[in-house]
Design a protein around this ligand. Structure first.
Ligand SMILES: Cc1ncc(COP(=O)(O)O)c(C=O)c1O
Length: 354
């Protein structure tokens, strides 16, 4: 334009990704797979208890790391605190991927894997889920023969809900010893399965958990990355020493101190998901099996009307057509039973019978 410096080529080439974050407060938030009731009371008390020094000082990490390591059953040398999973994704790319390296993503999936990989100048290659949205193990194994630097996997996967069976993950880890395998367990509390225990067996494995979903702290941005001490030290070198804020740490510790609250929420979502699935089946709305706190439906050319009809009734859900290249796919977060009953009543009004 006027000779001013241009952004890097990789940034200029990135596909834009702007999730619809604004104006959601008044609605029933079934659009971002968040906790729909908020964290336990102890979290808000811990935040209210922060004093002027807490706010004026840079955060102290060691005690929180020790406590959270204990919560997840690892040693502090096997974990890093991150500003949500996104920070962990960013960090894995920064630590292991040079410009031009290959990063493998199984799509459709969480958009931030591609986002950070493209931003770094990596070559992003993709393997697609099957049309039934099953995990494409055979095609993934074929793609791994190219030895990508980094493979992103999510189980349960967003937006499909697909879970990766332990035997499938083990096969991938063994087939790809030269690839860093990033197993994102953002919804792991809802599926009840985890590969966390495997970080001691597989030296190419990174596992992440977040406080954003079942624990209800999405607004504060905190999560944990788990891996072997050698990888953890390398990742720690590349990590900003200031990335997680004091309020996020205080909230995570308070949430960790009330595991019963999370367990109750997870159980409630499990019951509500069964209720929603039964209602979808009754209404004849095609859906996919899900291990997360959300259900993906495929309503074909009725998607726009469904999303708009729910929005008119104050219920926010996410149109995922961009992930699939055609209209129809809508992702619905599962909240509590009363919230799900409200959703079902709205669906019964909107969905044409017969
Ligand atoms: C698979 C997956 N990973 C990570 C995240 C984001 O997690 P965080 O809030 O910890 O950055 C999401 C959010 O939607 C997600 O779906």
């Amino acid at each position: 334009m006027n000779g001013a410096p241009l952004p890097r080529r990789a940034v200029r080439r990135m596909r834009p990704y702007r999730p619809p974050l604004e104006g959601r407060r008044r609605g029933l938030r079934l659009d971002f797979n968040e906790n729909t009731v908020g964290p336990p009371a102890g979290v808000l008390e811990a935040l209210a208890g922060l004093d002027a020094d807490d706010v004026a000082m840079y955060p102290e990490y060691a005690p929180a790391r020790a406590r959270l390591a204990q919560l997840f059953g690892v040693s502090p040398r096997e974990m890093l605190l991150t500003a949500g999973t996104d920070d962990a994704i960013h960090l894995a790319v920064d630590t292991f991927v040079d410009p031009g390296d290959e990063v493998l993503v199984v799509e459709p999936t969480y958009a931030m894997y591609r986002f950070y990989a493209e931003r770094s100048g990596a070559r992003v290659r993709t393997v697609r889920y099957t049309p039934q949205l099953r995990f494409p193990l055979a095609r993934l194994l074929a793609a791994l023969q190219r030895r990508p630097r980094l493979l992103f996997l999510a189980s349960p996967n967003n937006p499909t809900g697909t879970m990766i069976a332990p035997v499938e993950l083990r096969t991938v880890l063994r087939a790809a010893p030269k690839t860093v395998v990033f197993a994102d367990e953002a919804y792991g509390e809802f599926s009840g399965t985890s590969a966390l225990g495997w970080i001691r067996r597989h030296p190419n494995l990174i596992v992440t958990r977040t406080f954003s979903k079942a624990r209800g702290l999405a607004g504060l941005r905190i999560g944990c990355l788990f891996t072997n001490p050698r990888f953890a030290a390398a990742l720690g070198r590349a990590h900003s020493p200031y990335s997680v804020g004091t309020a996020a740490i205080a909230a995570a510790l308070a949430a960790a101190g009330d595991p019963g609250a999370m367990d109750r929420y997870v159980a409630e979502v499990g019951r509500a998901r069964t209720l929603l699935e039964a209602a979808l089946d009754r209404l004849g709305i095609p859906r996919f099996p899900s291990g997360g706190n959300f259900v993906l439906v495929d309503v074909g050319d009725r998607a726009t009307a469904l999303v708009a009809g729910l929005a008119r009734r104050g219920i926010l859900v996410r149109d995922r057509r961009a992930d699939f290249g055609r209209a129809g796919y809508v992702r619905i977060t599962v909240g509590t039973t009363p919230q799900t009953r409200r959703l079902i009543r709205a669906l019964e009004e909107i969905w044409p019978r017969g």
